[in-house]
Design a protein around this ligand. Structure first.
Ligand SMILES: [Zn+2]
Length: 236
Protein backbone atom coordinates (compact mmCIF):
# COMPACT_ATOMS: atom_id res chain seq x y z
CA UNK A 1 0.00 0.00 0.00
CA UNK A 2 1.37 3.36 -1.04
CA UNK A 3 0.98 6.33 1.26
CA UNK A 4 2.52 9.75 1.73
CA UNK A 5 4.03 10.68 5.07
CA UNK A 6 4.23 14.30 6.13
CA UNK A 7 5.91 15.03 9.42
CA UNK A 8 8.36 17.16 11.33
CA UNK A 9 11.77 15.49 11.47
CA UNK A 10 15.37 15.74 12.58
CA UNK A 11 18.19 14.56 10.33
CA UNK A 12 20.27 11.79 11.96
CA UNK A 13 22.80 10.97 9.25
CA UNK A 14 23.31 9.80 5.67
CA UNK A 15 25.34 7.22 3.81
CA UNK A 16 26.14 7.23 0.05
CA UNK A 17 24.09 4.91 -2.13
CA UNK A 18 25.25 4.19 -5.68
CA UNK A 19 26.70 6.99 -7.79
CA UNK A 20 24.37 9.85 -7.00
CA UNK A 21 22.00 8.92 -4.18
CA UNK A 22 22.21 8.89 -0.41
CA UNK A 23 20.20 7.07 2.24
CA UNK A 24 19.24 9.65 4.84
CA UNK A 25 17.98 8.63 8.27
CA UNK A 26 15.57 10.79 10.26
CA UNK A 27 13.82 10.85 13.57
CA UNK A 28 10.29 11.89 12.69
CA UNK A 29 7.68 13.20 15.07
CA UNK A 30 4.95 10.77 14.04
CA UNK A 31 6.61 7.67 12.62
CA UNK A 32 9.81 7.30 14.65
CA UNK A 33 13.07 6.58 12.89
CA UNK A 34 12.85 6.32 9.10
CA UNK A 35 15.37 5.98 6.29
CA UNK A 36 14.74 7.62 2.95
CA UNK A 37 16.36 7.27 -0.41
CA UNK A 38 17.39 10.69 -1.69
CA UNK A 39 18.00 10.36 -5.42
CA UNK A 40 20.35 12.85 -6.99
CA UNK A 41 21.40 14.20 -3.61
CA UNK A 42 25.09 14.01 -4.49
CA UNK A 43 24.77 15.69 -7.89
CA UNK A 44 22.31 18.40 -6.90
CA UNK A 45 21.81 19.50 -3.32
CA UNK A 46 19.06 21.86 -4.39
CA UNK A 47 16.15 19.57 -3.61
CA UNK A 48 17.31 19.05 -0.05
CA UNK A 49 18.86 22.47 0.42
CA UNK A 50 20.11 22.58 3.99
CA UNK A 51 17.85 19.74 5.16
CA UNK A 52 20.69 17.25 5.27
CA UNK A 53 22.31 19.27 8.03
CA UNK A 54 22.13 18.24 11.64
CA UNK A 55 20.12 19.97 14.36
CA UNK A 56 17.63 21.96 12.26
CA UNK A 57 13.93 21.15 12.38
CA UNK A 58 12.80 19.82 9.01
CA UNK A 59 9.41 19.35 7.36
CA UNK A 60 9.58 16.01 5.60
CA UNK A 61 7.36 14.52 2.90
CA UNK A 62 8.12 10.98 1.80
CA UNK A 63 6.46 8.17 -0.08
CA UNK A 64 6.08 4.91 1.78
CA UNK A 65 5.42 1.67 -0.12
CA UNK A 66 6.09 -0.52 2.91
CA UNK A 67 9.65 -1.25 1.80
CA UNK A 68 12.56 -0.63 4.14
CA UNK A 69 13.48 2.62 2.42
CA UNK A 70 11.02 5.40 1.79
CA UNK A 71 11.44 7.82 -1.10
CA UNK A 72 12.08 11.41 -0.09
CA UNK A 73 9.78 13.83 -1.89
CA UNK A 74 10.51 17.02 -0.03
CA UNK A 75 12.63 18.16 2.90
CA UNK A 76 12.43 21.79 3.96
CA UNK A 77 14.24 23.37 6.89
CA UNK A 78 11.56 24.97 9.06
CA UNK A 79 13.40 25.61 12.29
CA UNK A 80 16.97 26.82 11.93
CA UNK A 81 19.28 26.43 14.91
CA UNK A 82 22.34 28.46 13.97
CA UNK A 83 23.25 28.91 17.64
CA UNK A 84 24.02 25.19 17.79
CA UNK A 85 25.92 24.96 14.51
CA UNK A 86 27.92 28.05 15.49
CA UNK A 87 29.22 26.69 18.79
CA UNK A 88 31.60 23.74 18.86
CA UNK A 89 30.59 22.47 22.31
CA UNK A 90 26.89 22.74 21.54
CA UNK A 91 27.40 21.03 18.18
CA UNK A 92 29.37 18.21 19.83
CA UNK A 93 26.62 17.68 22.44
CA UNK A 94 23.95 17.70 19.72
CA UNK A 95 26.03 15.27 17.65
CA UNK A 96 26.26 12.85 20.58
CA UNK A 97 22.49 13.01 21.21
CA UNK A 98 21.70 12.41 17.53
CA UNK A 99 24.15 9.49 17.38
CA UNK A 100 22.53 7.90 20.45
CA UNK A 101 19.10 8.25 18.84
CA UNK A 102 20.32 6.80 15.54
CA UNK A 103 21.59 3.70 17.35
CA UNK A 104 19.01 3.30 20.13
CA UNK A 105 15.69 3.89 18.33
CA UNK A 106 14.33 0.95 16.34
CA UNK A 107 13.11 1.78 12.82
CA UNK A 108 9.45 2.57 12.15
CA UNK A 109 8.53 2.68 15.81
CA UNK A 110 6.82 5.93 16.85
CA UNK A 111 8.80 7.62 19.62
CA UNK A 112 7.02 10.96 20.10
CA UNK A 113 8.55 11.44 23.57
CA UNK A 114 12.07 10.98 22.22
CA UNK A 115 11.35 13.45 19.41
CA UNK A 116 9.97 15.93 21.93
CA UNK A 117 12.88 15.62 24.35
CA UNK A 118 15.47 15.77 21.58
CA UNK A 119 13.83 18.96 20.27
CA UNK A 120 13.90 20.45 23.78
CA UNK A 121 17.60 19.58 24.14
CA UNK A 122 18.42 21.18 20.77
CA UNK A 123 16.39 24.30 21.66
CA UNK A 124 18.23 24.56 24.99
CA UNK A 125 21.56 24.27 23.20
CA UNK A 126 20.36 26.91 20.72
CA UNK A 127 19.39 29.40 23.42
CA UNK A 128 22.33 28.71 25.66
CA UNK A 129 25.22 26.89 23.98
CA UNK A 130 27.10 26.80 27.30
CA UNK A 131 24.46 24.36 28.59
CA UNK A 132 26.30 21.82 26.42
CA UNK A 133 28.78 21.59 29.26
CA UNK A 134 25.93 21.13 31.73
CA UNK A 135 23.64 18.20 32.18
CA UNK A 136 21.16 18.62 29.35
CA UNK A 137 22.79 15.85 27.34
CA UNK A 138 22.92 13.48 30.34
CA UNK A 139 19.28 14.11 31.16
CA UNK A 140 18.38 13.36 27.56
CA UNK A 141 20.53 10.20 27.59
CA UNK A 142 18.89 8.79 30.74
CA UNK A 143 15.39 9.47 29.37
CA UNK A 144 16.24 8.10 25.94
CA UNK A 145 17.36 4.84 27.57
CA UNK A 146 14.05 4.66 29.42
CA UNK A 147 11.94 5.38 26.32
CA UNK A 148 13.62 2.68 24.24
CA UNK A 149 13.41 0.05 26.99
CA UNK A 150 16.97 0.15 28.35
CA UNK A 151 16.19 2.17 31.46
CA UNK A 152 18.91 2.37 34.07
CA UNK A 153 17.22 1.58 37.41
CA UNK A 154 18.46 3.18 40.60
CA UNK A 155 15.82 2.17 43.18
CA UNK A 156 16.17 -1.62 42.95
CA UNK A 157 18.52 -4.30 41.75
CA UNK A 158 18.33 -4.50 37.95
CA UNK A 159 19.05 -8.22 38.14
CA UNK A 160 16.82 -9.66 40.92
CA UNK A 161 14.48 -6.70 41.45
CA UNK A 162 15.04 -6.46 45.20
CA UNK A 163 14.59 -2.85 46.46
CA UNK A 164 17.82 -1.00 47.13
CA UNK A 165 18.46 -0.70 50.89
CA UNK A 166 17.84 2.95 51.88
CA UNK A 167 20.65 5.38 52.75
CA UNK A 168 23.42 3.15 51.44
CA UNK A 169 25.83 3.34 48.57
CA UNK A 170 25.33 0.85 45.77
CA UNK A 171 27.15 -0.62 42.81
CA UNK A 172 25.91 0.50 39.41
CA UNK A 173 26.70 -1.61 36.37
CA UNK A 174 25.30 0.21 33.34
CA UNK A 175 25.81 -2.84 31.13
CA UNK A 176 23.48 -4.83 33.42
CA UNK A 177 20.83 -2.13 33.70
CA UNK A 178 21.67 -0.07 36.79
CA UNK A 179 22.04 -0.88 40.48
CA UNK A 180 23.18 -4.46 41.10
CA UNK A 181 22.91 -5.82 44.63
CA UNK A 182 25.62 -7.72 46.44
CA UNK A 183 23.82 -11.08 46.07
CA UNK A 184 23.83 -10.55 42.30
CA UNK A 185 27.56 -9.76 42.39
CA UNK A 186 27.33 -6.03 41.75
CA UNK A 187 30.50 -4.44 40.42
CA UNK A 188 31.52 -1.31 38.58
CA UNK A 189 30.98 2.22 39.85
CA UNK A 190 29.90 2.84 43.45
CA UNK A 191 27.33 5.64 43.73
CA UNK A 192 26.21 7.48 46.88
CA UNK A 193 22.60 7.21 48.04
CA UNK A 194 21.72 10.85 47.32
CA UNK A 195 23.12 10.66 43.79
CA UNK A 196 21.11 7.47 43.14
CA UNK A 197 17.95 9.27 44.32
CA UNK A 198 18.62 12.24 42.01
CA UNK A 199 19.32 9.97 39.03
CA UNK A 200 16.04 8.12 39.59
CA UNK A 201 14.25 11.49 39.54
CA UNK A 202 16.00 12.68 36.35
CA UNK A 203 15.31 9.38 34.63
CA UNK A 204 11.58 9.66 35.38
CA UNK A 205 11.35 13.19 33.98
CA UNK A 206 11.91 15.37 37.06
CA UNK A 207 14.63 17.97 37.49
CA UNK A 208 17.64 17.43 39.75
CA UNK A 209 21.07 19.01 39.74
CA UNK A 210 24.35 17.16 39.32
CA UNK A 211 27.82 18.48 40.05
CA UNK A 212 30.37 18.55 37.27
CA UNK A 213 32.12 15.49 38.70
CA UNK A 214 28.83 13.58 39.07
CA UNK A 215 28.02 14.60 35.50
CA UNK A 216 31.24 13.01 34.24
CA UNK A 217 30.42 9.79 36.08
CA UNK A 218 26.85 9.68 34.74
CA UNK A 219 28.15 10.33 31.22
CA UNK A 220 30.27 7.17 31.57
CA UNK A 221 27.21 5.20 32.73
CA UNK A 222 24.99 6.44 29.89
CA UNK A 223 27.71 5.77 27.30
CA UNK A 224 28.26 2.29 28.73
CA UNK A 225 24.53 1.53 28.60
CA UNK A 226 24.30 2.74 25.00
CA UNK A 227 27.26 0.68 23.85
CA UNK A 228 26.02 -2.45 25.68
CA UNK A 229 22.56 -2.35 24.12
CA UNK A 230 23.21 -0.91 20.68
CA UNK A 231 25.72 -1.07 17.85
CA UNK A 232 27.20 2.19 19.05
CA UNK A 233 30.98 1.78 19.18
CA UNK A 234 32.55 2.37 22.60
CA UNK A 235 34.60 5.58 22.89
CA UNK A 236 38.31 5.10 22.30
ZN1 LIG B 1 20.08 -8.49 42.93
Amino acid sequence: MRRTIETEALFLGAVPYGETAVVATWLTEREGKLSTMVRGARSSRRRVNGALDYVHGVYLRAEDTGAELLTLKEAVVRHVRLGVTGDLDALAAAGTALRWVRHACPPRTPEPDVFQELSVLLDDLERQPSSAKGQGLLTFGLRLLRHVGYELVFDRCASCGRPRPPARRAHVDAGRGGVICRACHGGGEVLADDLLLRLARISSGEVAQLSRKEGDLVMRLVTRAMTSHTELAPPR
